[in-house]
Design a binder for this molecule. Structure first.
Ligand code: NAP
Length: 253
């Protein structure tokens, strides 16, 4: 096998959640550039990204599903299989947060963040694994966070959910690794997206963040695509239960 074959995803089918914008869009395009067909999951259909992927010559289907609603979560894998034949790669990227002191977090916000960032992730992992395990092959990539390692501040539900995502990734790797399915996670550092706009626009927090990043800049969604292609490809067949930080060196400080 040549080095480029290790990363070739031609003929593989990927499901990427939160693919309409931000990091998910970058990951979906990266997987498509490596050869994958892609089901794009978001609240509103990701028509623009679907057009970009079609122009790359890959098959693609946008799936509109609100992952805050468990019944809609359950539609995702069956719809992807109906449209594209099977699922080889699942990227659990969709995620939300709320910002404010822990004492002011409402039960509604707490449960909504945990539903999208953790419960939907687990349900999609289960459903994708049922699809993958009979073939004894599959790649699951969960999107974790620096908050999988650090506590953060003013984002209690988010930190709780991302800590759990990292631990869940390890547990699933232990259970499904022996059955041929790789489960790993990517922990992005500070990436410029709608989610982080309040931090980027904060005149105090933004310079403090950039000063602490060894790479000297915020990340861009494209910066994560290589890690996703690696974890989706045969190059990572012996990588199980790893949480890969793509953070410009943030954790090294
Ligand atoms: P973003 O720009 O806010 O985009 C979020 C994406 O998730 C959108 O496509 C959105 O769909 C989708 N989404 C949100 N809630 C959903 C729901 N209930 N049902 C279905 N789809 C939903 O966020 P991002 O910054 O790219 O973050 C993506 C992931 O990376 C998240 O898990 C986040 O926690 C993680 N992360 C981000 C950073 C960062 O610095 N940006 C750092 C660490 C980890 P619509 O477009 O239809 O609304």
């Amino acid at each position: 096998m040549s080095a480029s074959d290790w990363f070739d995803l031609t003929g593989q089918v990927a499901v990427v959640t939160g693919a309409r914008r931000g990091i998910g869009r970058g990951l979906a395009l990266g997987l498509a550039r490596a050869g994958a067909d892609v089901a794009l999951v978001s609240r509103t259909a990701a028509e623009e990204v679907a057009g970009e992927i079609a122009r790359l010559g890959r098959r693609c289907v946008p799936i509109a599903a609100d992952l805050a609603e468990p019944a809609q979560v359950d539609r995702v894998i069956p719809e992807a299989v109906r449209a594209l034949g099977r699922v080889d790669i699942l990227v659990n990227n969709a995620g939300i947060g709320t910002r404010g002191p822990a004492l002011e977090v409402t039960p509604y916000d707490w449960h909504r963040v945990l539903q999208v960032n953790l419960h939907a992730v687990f349900a999609l992992c289960q459903q994708a694994a049922r699809e993958m395990l009979p073939r004894r092959r599959g790649k699951i990539i969960n999107i974790a966070s620096m908050m999988s390692f650090q506590g953060g501040i003013l984002i209690a539900a988010y930190t709780a959910s991302k800590g759990a995502v990292a631990q869940l990734t390890k547990l699933l790797a232990n259970e499904w690794g022996p059955l041929g399915v790789n489960v790993n996670a990517i922990a992005p550092g500070y990436i410029e997206t709608d989610l982080t706009r309040p931090l980027k626009e904060d005149p105090t927090r933004n310079p403090a963040i950039v000063a602490r990043i060894p790479a000297g800049r915020w990340g861009r969604p494209d910066d994560l695509a290589g890690a996703a292609v690696f974890l989706a490809s045969s190059a990572s067949d012996y990588v199980h239960g790893h949480v890969l930080a793509v953070d410009g060196g943030w954790l090294a400080r």
